[in-house]
Design a binder for this molecule. Structure first.
Ligand code: BG6
Ligand code: GLC
Length: 824
C-alpha cells in the first residue's frame, strides 16, 4: 500500500527529459519580447552584466529580507581581488504578522534594523551605499529600479505590488533620518548567491535556491534577453522558475498530494514548481547554509529529499559530467545535492556543472553588485556634468529670443544694418502666391543637400514638375567660381536635353541658398559662402551674372534668369501656394535660416512704406558678433574652429545638420577621454572629422529603437559599444538635438511675436513653410520645436506646413510673378 501510495511521486527519467524540454521552451518564451507578457517563466533581466572581477571597492551596506528575519551586513571590499572582504553582520527576527500587514510597516521595520545595525557598529559618517536583497519577482529596468510583480512565500503586504521597491525602502530609510544611506541596487537572492560564489576563484554563472521557495538565475547571452535590449556580452537573468507549470505544463506529473497542497496554499494554481518545499511545510529554517546563516546557496530541505528518495532515480557515487576530483556536493548538501548532481548529469550530459555551496548567503555578492551600481551612478553624475552646458533653461531661451529680436531690429534699420549679425536681407518678393500665376519655367535649386534642375508648369489646374538631381563634387564647390558655374550650366544642358527643352527659352527661377544682397528680383550679390561652399571669385559678384557668363562660355544661348530666391523664400512661396496664411519660410537642413513677410515701413534699407516685403533673415549668422558667446560650449568651439568659415554662422552651427554630428563626435571623444565611454579605449575612427553624420542622430533617436540597432550603427563606425555605451550615445544625441530644436524655437518665437506686434493684434495665426533634412528626418526635432515655440510665444498659433516639392516650385512661382509684371 505504501509503495502504491508513493508510486505517483516517481517520475521516470524520460518524463524528466520531457520536462526539461518544456522548461527550455518556457524559458525561450520568457526571453522573447513577443511572448514575454504571457510567459510563466518570466526570465527577468537583472541588469547585472558581469560577475565580479575583484576590482570592486568600497564600504557597503547590505540588507537581506528573509522569510522570518532581516539580515544586515557591512562589507568592506578592498579591490584586492576579493581576497579579504571584511564583513560584519546582524540578524533581526521579524514579527510574524509583518509579512501579511501593511507594506509601509514592512519597510519601516527593515529601515529600523538598518538604523540599529549602524548604531551598533559606530556608523561611518560618509555616504553609505546600500544593496537590497529582495527575493521576490520584480520587473527591473535598471539596478536601482525594481517594481514588485507579485509576492510569494506567504508574503502579502499591502500597497507594494506594482511599486518600485527601491523607492519604498529609500523612503523608509529617510524616515529613520539615515540621510547618508542611499539604496543603489536591488537584486534577487539567486543573483546575490551567484555573485557570492563568484568571489572565490572561477566565475560562477548559475545560481540555484532551494529553500522556502525555489528559483534560479544564470548569465545569459545578452542578445537573447530581448526585454533588456542588452546587446553585447552577457546579462544575468532571474528565471523566476517557481511559476513553471502554472499554465498546466506540469499537469502530467502533479500528484493528488501536490494538488491538495496547492489548494490549501495562499495562492492556488500559482508557483507550482515551487510546490514541494514551499507548500509541503518541509522547510527547516536555516538548515544547510554553512555558518548557520541563511541567504541563498544550497539549502537542504529534508522533507523534500525524503520525498525524492523514493523517486527511483539512479544515484551514482561519481555522477556523470562531474570530474571525480571535485568534492561531492553531497558533502555539503546531503542526499538532495547528490541526486540533483546525478540527475543533472543524466539530463544534460554535454555540460559539466560543479555545485558550489554558498558559504555566506548572498551578502558578499550583494556588496559587489552594489559597488558596481555605485560606480555606474558616479559615472552618470560625471556624464550629467559634462552635458550640463548643453542644457538650456527657459530663461536662457527667453534671452536668445530677446537677442534675436534686437538683432532683427538692428538688421532692418538703415543706420544699424551694417553692425547687425542677422542681416535681414530684402528679397523684393512683395506677396505670397494668389493662385493666378501661370506659365512654364525652368528652376535651379542650389545650396541644400541636393542640386536640382527642374521644369515647373503652373496651370489653372495645378502645378506639374519634373526634376533631376545632379551631384556637385566638393572639389567643385570649393574650387573656382568658373568651374562651379560651368558645372551648373552643364547640368542645365543635360536636363534640357533629357526633357526635350533645348529649343525653348524658358524663364528661369534660381533658388540660391546663400546670403545675397538683392538689388532686384534678378540681381543678387553674394555676400559670403556658407555650408562648406567656398568657390573663389564669387563673393561680391552678382550670381545671375556669373550664371550668364558661364552660359556664354558654354555657348548656351537660351538662358533667361528672371528671379533669384533664397531657399527659405522658395519654401514659403511653395507652401503659400497651398496655404495663404503661409508667411514664414523655415529651413532646418544642411544649414538653417528663416524668412517672413515684414511691413515695408519697418524695412529701413528699401525705399517705400506701403505693403510688405519678404525678408531673408540669414539667421544662421546670429551670434557672429559675440552676443551668444555664453551659450557656446567647448564642443561648439571645437566644431567651429575646424570649419572653413570659423567664427561665422555661429547660430547655424548650433542647429543645422551640417554640424550636429560633429558636436556629438566631440562630446563622445570627451567621454572616452574621461573613461566614461567605450571603457576608455581609444577610438581612432572617432578622431575622423564628419564620421558621425547627423543622419545617425536621426536614426539613433527613433522612438523604441532597439539598442542593438544603435549598436549596429556604432559598429559601422568601428565602435564596439556595450549596452551602457549605446544608452549614453543616445543620451548625447538627444541632448544635442533638443538644444538645436529649442534654439530654433527661440528664433522663431522672435519672428512670430514681431509679426503679431507689427499687425497690432493680440493673437496671430500664421503658417510656417518648412523644409530641410533635419526637420523632416529627425524623429523628435519638429515636436520639440513646436512645443518650445508654443511656450515662448503663447499668443501666436503657429501651423507648420512641410514643403514636399522643394523650393524650386517656389522659385518658379516668383518667376511667374516677375514675368507677369514684365508684360506690357
Ligand atoms: C530642399 C529645398 O528641399 O531643402 C532646398 O528644395 C533647400 O532649396 C533644402 O535648400 C534644405 O534642406 P537640406 O537638408 O537639403 O539642406
Ligand atoms: C545657410 C545659408 C542660407 C540658407 C540656409 C539654409 O544659412 O546662408 O541662405 O537659407 O543655409 O539652406
Amino acid at each position: 500500500q505504501v509503495q502504491r501510495a508513493l508510486l505517483a511521486l516517481t517520475i521516470p527519467l524520460e518524463t524528466l527529459q520531457e520536462v526539461k524540454g518544456r522548461m527550455l521552451q518556457a524559458m525561450r518564451k520568457g526571453l522573447s519580447r513577443q511572448t514575454h507578457a504571457q510567459a510563466n517563466v518570466r526570465m527577468l533581466p537583472t541588469y547585472i552584466c558581469s560577475t565580479p572581477d575583484g576590482t570592486e571597492k568600497g564600504d557597503i551596506l547590505v540588507v537581506e529580507l528573509c522569510q522570518s528575519h532581516v539580515r544586515t551586513l557591512r562589507v568592506t571590499l578592498l579591490g584586492d581581488g576579493n581576497q579579504s572582504p571584511q564583513v560584519t553582520y546582524k540578524i533581526f527576527d521579524m514579527p510574524g504578522d509583518i509579512i501579511q500587514g501593511k507594506g509601509e510597516a514592512l519597510f519601516d521595520f527593515i529601515a529600523q534594523c538598518v538604523r540599529q545595525f549602524l548604531a551598533g557598529i559606530s556608523s561611518p559618517q560618509h555616504r553609505l551605499p546600500l544593496g537590497f536583497v529582495f527575493p521576490f519577482s520584480c520587473r527591473q529596468t535598471q539596478l536601482d529600479k525594481a517594481e514588485l510583480i507579485s509576492w510569494s512565500k506567504g508574503f502579502s503586504c499591502s500597497d507594494v505590488e506594482g511599486k518600485d521597491v527601491v523607492q519604498l525602502l529609500q523612503l523608509a530609510i529617510n524616515k529613520q533620518e539615515l540621510h547618508h544611506v542611499d539604496v543603489v541596487a536591488l537584486m534577487n537572492d539567486t543573483v546575490g548567491t551567484m555573485m557570492t560564489c563568484s568571489m572565490r576563484g572561477e566565475p560562477c554563472e548559475v545560481a540555484l535556491i532551494v529553500g522556502t521557495g525555489t528559483n534560479s538565475c544564470f548569465m545569459a547571452e545578452a542578445q537573447q534577453v530581448e526585454m533588456a535590449e542588452e546587446i553585447s556580452g552577457k546579462m544575468c537573468v532571474n528565471t523566476e522558475w517557481g511559476c513553471f507549470g502554472d499554465d498546466g505544463t506540469l499537469s502530467d506529473i502533479l500528484t493528488p498530494y501536490d494538488q491538495h497542497v496547492d489548494q490549501e496554499s495562499s495562492n492556488p494554481g500559482e508557483k507550482r514548481c515551487t510546490h514541494p518545499p514551499e507548500r509541503a511545510g518541509s522547510l527547516e529554517p536555516g538548515a544547510g547554509a554553512a555558518g548557520g546563516q541563511r541567504g541563498g546557496g544550497w539549502r537542504i530541505v529534508p522533507g523534500l529529499h525524503q520525498v525524492r528518495r523514493d523517486m527511483g532515480l539512479p544515484v551514482s557515487s561519481h555522477p556523470r559530467g562531474m570530474p571525480h576530483t571535485q568534492p561531492s556536493p553531497s558533502s555539503f548538501c546531503g542526499r538532495f545535492g547528490e541526486i540533483l548532481q546525478s540527475v543533472t548529469g543524466l539530463l544534460a550530459p554535454e555540460c559539466t556543472a560543479t555545485l558550489l555551496p554558498s558559504v555566506d548567503g548572498t551578502g558578499q555578492g550583494a556588496a559587489v553588485v552594489t559597488a558596481v551600481a555605485l560606480r555606474l551612478a558616479a559615472q552618470r553624475r560625471e556624464v550629467d556634468q559634462l552635458l550640463a552646458p548643453l542644457r538650456l533653461s527657459r530663461a536662457d531661451l527667453e534671452r536668445v529670443q530677446a537677442l534675436m529680436r534686437r538683432e532683427m531690429e538692428l538688421g532692418l534699420g538703415l543706420e544699424s544694418h551694417a553692425s547687425a549679425s542677422v542681416r535681414m536681407l530684402p528679397t523684393y518678393v512683395r506677396g505670397t502666391p494668389d493662385g493666378t500665376e501661370r506659365g512654364e519655367f525652368l528652376a535651379l535649386d542650389l545650396g541644400g543637400t541636393n542640386f536640382r534642375v527642374l521644369v515647373v508648369r503652373v496651370a489653372q489646374d495645378g502645378i506639374r514638375m519634373a526634376s533631376e538631381i545632379y551631384v556637385i563634387p566638393t572639389a567643385v564647390t570649393q574650387g573656382t567660381g568658373e568651374e562651379l558655374f560651368n558645372h551648373i550650366i552643364e547640368c542645365i544642358m543635360d536636363f534640357q536635353l533629357k526633357q526635350n527643352l533645348m529649343e525653348q527659352v524658358l524663364p528661369l527661377g534660381f533658388t540660391f541658398s546663400f546670403p545675397c544682397q538683392q538689388l532686384g528680383l534678378d540681381k543678387a550679390v553674394l555676400l559670403s559662402w556658407t555650408k562648406g561652399f567656398s568657390a573663389s571669385g564669387c563673393v561680391g559678384q552678382d550670381v545671375v551674372q556669373l550664371l550668364r557668363e558661364a552660359a556664354q562660355r558654354k555657348q548656351h544661348l537660351g538662358l533667361k534668369v528672371v528671379a533669384v530666391v533664397n531657399d527659405t523664400v522658395g519654401t514659403m512661396m511653395s507652401c503659400g501656394y497651398d496655404d495663404p496664411k503661409c508667411e514664414i519660410g523655415l529651413i532646418v537642413g544642411t544649414g538653417t535660416n528663416a524668412c517672413y513677410m515684414e511691413e515695408m515701413r519697418n524695412v529701413g534699407t528699401v525705399e517705400g512704406e506701403q505693403g510688405r516685403m519678404c525678408i531673408n533673415m540669414e539667421w544662421g549668422a546670429f551670434g557672429d558678433n559675440g552676443c551668444l558667446d555664453d551659450i557656446f560650449t567647448d564642443f561648439d568651439r571645437l566644431v567651429d574652429e575646424k570649419t572653413i568659415n570659423a567664427g561665422k554662422q555661429r547660430f547655424e552651427k548650433l542647429i543645422s545638420g551640417m554640424y550636429l554630428g560633429e558636436i556629438v563626435r566631440h562630446i563622445l571623444l570627451a567621454l572616452v577621454e574621461k573613461q566614461l565611454l567605450f571603457r576608455g579605449k581609444p577610438c581612432p575612427k572617432l578622431q575622423t572629422r564628419d564620421i558621425f553624420q547627423t543622419k545617425f542622430l536621426s536614426t539613433i533617436e527613433i522612438d523604441g529603437l532597439a539598442l542593438r540597432q544603435v549598436r549596429a550603427i556604432l559598429q559601422d563606425l568601428e565602435l564596439q559599444a556595450s549596452f551602457e555605451d549605446s544608452l549614453l550615445v543616445q543620451k548625447v544625441c538627444q541632448t544635442v538635438s533638443l538644444r538645436a530644436a529649442q534654439l530654433c524655437a527661440a528664433g522663431l518665437a522672435a519672428v512670430v511675436e514681431k509679426m503679431r506686434e507689427n499687425r497690432g493684434s493680440a493673437q496671430l495665426a500664421v503658417t510656417v513653410g518648412v523644409d530641410g533634412t533635419l526637420y523632416k528626418m529627425h524623429p523628435r526635432f519638429s515636436q520639440h520645436l513646436q512645443q518650445m515655440l508654443r511656450d515662448l510665444a503663447p499668443n501666436c498659433t503657429v501651423t507648420f506646413l512641410q514643403s514636399e516639392d522643394g523650393s524650386g516650385k517656389g522659385a518658379a512661382l516668383v518667376a511667374a510673378v516677375a514675368c507677369r509684371r514684365a508684360e506690357p
